[in-house]
Design a protein around this ligand. Structure first.
Ligand code: GLY
Ligand code: MN
Ligand code: MN
Length: 434
């Protein structure tokens, strides 16, 4: 836990208030085996961590709403043998004290205690549908409570997805969260600068990736927020390319989509640069279109506008650009109407950003795109991906460009968290010369 524990207690209190009544059971993420005796790097569940600050695996938060609300943690017991092999465990006793829970018990007691805690609760809140094994386990426990009906005990007769409440909370970032996100953004921007300075023809994509990871780690961000995309030439037209194994060619572009995680919060930045340090005329022409689309999208990211306003603004600029490049034919409205732009721009212009790189929160309220509000954080990431085709000018083949920044809506407009990563053509070329 890096933040003041009262912040997590306040979040739990807010959730308990919104639940009004009933019991919530919120597990953290499972450890995942990689192969014999090794695991993938452990990452807590974001919502669990948002409410606890507790980063160990095998932990469950139980909240009981009502007149006397309670927050109870179940976690691993202290175990000298396991701690000698695998490392420190907080243990229930210390966790209760340090993290401010009303009670804490060994995780091994979860099922037994839950059958008692669930009794006579009208509603069971859980991340319904997130994990089939957990759903089954909770239903089984609920059935065990139900079996005691003849002793006058009732089981919850309503099951609700706690994420509906939690995700709305996570969507609006407070000042503490924004400070952490500024740090994640600054470190990630610095890593992109380092990658630009390092890149030269003949290097491998994974060597550029190593520079990014080095810069993350050097500043205390121990993990990337998602697998880095380091995609040279035609690889940039593969949206989720993560092989990062190819050699970089003179004359190609390099698309880098990479961000680090700081205290559980993600940054998400994409920059596209010329491998040899100088954009060709054709590359520059396409690049300037994507950059202009991004500027239009960022200008539309302000309170009161709806979620789709930045996407629509980017699309209009891209559509005109695709017509100018002879990739699309007709008018801007015609290109938008027919969606012929989708051959070159097939994703949306952004997503919520926070603890998850594709963060929690609905994009629509009812059937309407939601209004942007101060404290919402999202990416703005238009792109253009041109695969070889008979009806595409050959000079443009294999140009893949995306420019992605992280933006927070403020009372007046927005703040771009990632502006320290250069994106003007002259800035990138200048940095690559030094
Ligand atoms: N890096 C993932 C994304 O841009 O959505
Ligand atoms: Mn993104
Ligand atoms: Mn990205």
């Amino acid at each position: 836990m890096t933040m003041d524990p009262t912040i997590y207690a306040q979040r739990r209190a807010r959730l308990l208030e919104q639940m009004q009544r009933g019991i919530a059971v919120i597990p953290t993420a499972e450890e995942v085996a990689r192969n014999g005796d090794t695991h993938y790097a452990y990452r807590h569940d974001s919502s669990f961590y948002y409410l606890t600050g507790f980063a160990e695996p095998e932990a469950v938060l139980v909240l009981i709403a009502g007149a006397a609300p309670q927050a109870i943690l179940f976690c691993r017991e202290k175990n000298l043998e396991r701690e000698i092999w695998d490392g420190y465990r907080v243990g229930p006793e210390a966790a209760q004290q340090q993290f401010g829970f009303d009670a804490a018990y060994p995780i091994a007691q979860l099922d037994e205690k839950l059958t008692g805690l669930m009794a006579n609760q009208p509603v069971l809140f859980c991340p319904l549908g997130a994990d089939a094994a957990w759903d089954q386990r909770l239903l089984k426990l609920r059935a065990a409570v139900q079996a005691r009906v003849r002793s006058g005990i009732r089981a919850p007769d309503e099951i609700r997805d706690v994420r509906a409440l939690l995700h709305e909370m996570r969507l609006l970032k407070d000042a503490v969260e924004l400070d952490i996100m500024r740090r994640a953004a600054a470190i990630s921007a610095q890593a992109h600068r380092r990658a630009m300075q390092f890149t030269r023809p003949g290097q491998f994509e994974y060597q550029v990736e190593a520079e990014l990871l080095h810069e993350f780690c050097r500043h205390g961000a121990r993990h990337a927020a998602y697998p880095s995309i380091v995609a040279g030439g035609a690889n940039a037209c593969v949206l989720h390319y993560v092989d990062n194994h190819a050699r970089l060619n003179d004359g190609d572009l390099l698309l880098i989509d990479a961000g680090c995680e700081v205290e559980g919060y993600a940054a998400d930045i994409t920059r596209t640069l010329p491998v040899n340090g100088k954009f060709s005329a054709a590359q520059k022409e396409v690049y300037e279109i994507v950059l202009a689309a991004q500027a239009a999208a960022i200008a539309a990211a302000r309170p009161g506008n709806t979620w789709d306003a930045p996407h629509d603004a980017a699309l209009r600029v891209l559509a005109q650009g695709f017509i100018d490049l002879k990739l699309c034919q007709g008018s801007v409205d015609g290109v938008l109407e027919s969606e012929s732009y989708k051959k070159f721009y097939m994703h949306r212009t952004g997503h919520w950003l926070g603890m998850d790189v594709h963060d929690a929160g609905d994009y629509k309220v009812g059937d309407q795109w939601r209004k942007l509000q101060s404290g919402m954080v999202f990416t703005v990431e238009p792109g253009c991906y041109i695969r070889p085709a008979d009806d595409v000018p050959q000079a443009l083949w294999n140009i893949g460009i995306r420019i992605e920044d992280d933006v927070v809506i403020t009372a007046q407009g927005n703040e771009v968290l990632t502006s320290a990563a250069p994106k003007a053509v002259a800035e990138i070329e200048e940095l690559m010369r030094t």
